[in-house]
Write a protein of this length. Structure first.
Length: 129
């Protein structure tokens, strides 16, 4: 299972509805995550940004995308985002892999930079065409 932080930014209409009927959004989130084979750890609220942050374990990123799609289609949110969370051990592996990948990766435009250096004369000046 992978852990995700899912940000639900509520619309003003949703806030208005929640002021009228204060149902348990944690229960709704738990039912959704469990229906997809996951589990909800917690929901925290950011009132200033009109958002809720759910931390959930889900089988994979495809399942996280399904959560986004199922909730976004309701129109209750201005935006819904998912961010996969890594443990310290996973981050260590990321850094090891990135170190290896950095040895073979060529940044965009590197061929142009190399060719301009090859065209310089012995004093490091660009030859005049």
């Amino acid at each position: 299972m992978s852990r995700f932080m899912i940000k639900f930014t509520y619309s003003s209409a949703s806030w208005a509805r929640m002021l009228k009927v204060t149902d348990d959004r944690t229960r709704a989130g738990r039912v959704l995550m469990e229906s997809l084979g996951g589990s909800l750890e917690r929901i925290d609220w950011d009132v200033q940004n009109c958002a809720a942050y759910a931390v959930a374990e889900l089988p994979d990123s495809v399942t996280a995308a399904a959560v986004l799609t199922a909730t976004a289609k309701t129109g209750a949110f201005v935006a819904v985002e998912a961010h996969e969370l890594l443990t310290q051990e996973q981050m260590h592996h990321v850094l090891l892999l990135a170190r290896d990948a950095a040895q073979v990766y060529e940044p965009p435009g590197s061929a142009a930079v190399e060719s301009s250096f090859e065209q310089r004369d012995a004093d490091g000046r660009q030859p005049v065409a």
